[in-house]
Design a binder for this molecule. Structure first.
Ligand code: ATP
Length: 311
């Protein structure tokens, strides 16, 4: 076969572009927010390290991540649509890419664009979920076949909520955040999430905790209710040991809870280290009423459902 000048120049162009870009792979994935239906810390170790006993679920409020890899360089880059988020190695998505590259001995460059929808420093685990999405997606893209357990162990190097976010379905989370026990799917319900205009630093809040003054929710009763699909008992046994600590400096927490209950929520509680409050409803019509009554005076309000089918 005779090649024309045009054929040759297009072949050269393809070679040139693959030299510049190297081998490129791209994925777009969702990173859902987490909520604590139950949060307790049964034990404090030396130097303020806490043991956790938490019931966690994921909900359909999510960040979108575009993850692109290239063999043309070995840099990690993170960009987000929110100027106040760190874009270098202080971003948890960046840390996840670094931890993965090291564990999988991969030298490629990784670029991550985050479209942020989960409120930041809100007790919704947005950064941890981004990190978990990066670990899961890179594992899939490179077919490294790390097990969920191995990914959870990698996640724990980044933050105590990352192992749960790697799992992403209703679970009891204990130890340092690394012991994940799958739970049954939740009884059908809707959640109204409201983030007041303040943010809480988890680290600062945990430093201010006086462990022997905490009131502890009955996490075992909450688990029993979920395992038997008993919605009323599930709501009755929700609880967050950090809520009273956060509410001392942030009256918004109790104001939002009261408003949600008054508007018809079956239960209302702070998530994680706050300040986000969620109301839970069995009926969608009730959840819409709660949503409408809260959105009048709180800017960030979301009506969501749980995701992940559970054990
Ligand atoms: P947690 O309940 O796990 O403490 P949170 O919801 O309270 O999480 P995040 O939204 O994860 O808090 O943010 C906590 C801190 O992490 C903030 O200071 C934020 O700047 C930083 N951070 C780093 N990377 C990210 C990211 N990808 N998304 C959100 N925050 C990030």
């Amino acid at each position: 076969m005779k090649l024309t000048f045009e054929d040759l120049s297009s072949i050269i162009l393809v070679i040139k572009s693959s030299e510049v870009e190297g081998m490129v792979m791209k994925r777009i994935v969702r990173a859902p927010a987490k909520i604590n239906l139950g949060l307790d810390t049964p034990h404090a170790y030396a130097r303020g390290v806490l043991e956790w006993k938490m019931v966690m679920i994921s909900v359909d409020l999510a960040d979108d991540l575009q993850i692109e890899t290239t063999s043309a360089n070995s840099h990690i880059q993170v960009f987000s649509d929110k100027g106040f988020l760190p874009e270098g190695n202080r971003n948890l998505a960046y840390q996840a890419a670094r931890v993965f590259k090291h564990a999988a001995q991969i030298d490629d460059g990784i670029t991550i664009h985050i479209q942020k929808r989960i409120p930041v420093s809100a007790g919704l685990g947005g950064g941890s979920s981004d990190a978990a999405a990066v670990l899961r997606t890179l594992n899939d893209m490179y077919q490294t076949n790390f097990s969920d357990r191995q990914l959870e162990e990698l996640g724990l190097k980044i933050d105590s909520d990352v192992p749960y976010c790697v799992y992403g379905k209703p679970a009891l989370v204990t130890g340092k955040g690394d012991q994940i026990t799958p739970l049954q799917p939740l009884p059908a319900c809707w959640l109204v999430i409201a983030k007041p205009g303040v943010s809480i630093s988890t680290l600062k809040l945990l430093r201010s905790v006086k462990h022997d003054e905490l009131s502890h929710p009955n996490i075992d009763a909450l688990i029993a209710a979920i395992q038997t699909g008993n919605y009323e008992q599930m709501v009755a046994n929700m609880g967050n040991a950090l809520e009273a600590v956060a509410a001392k400096n942030h009256p918004e927490v109790n104001i939002l809870k009261e408003r949600m209950l008054k508007a018809g929520a079956d239960g209302a509680q702070m998530s994680g280290s706050g300040p986000t409050v969620f109301g839970i409803c069995r009926q969608l019509s009730r959840a819409k009423r709660v949503y409408n009554s809260i959105s009048g005076f709180c800017r960030e309000v979301y009506l969501v459902a749980p995701v992940g089918e559970g054990a």
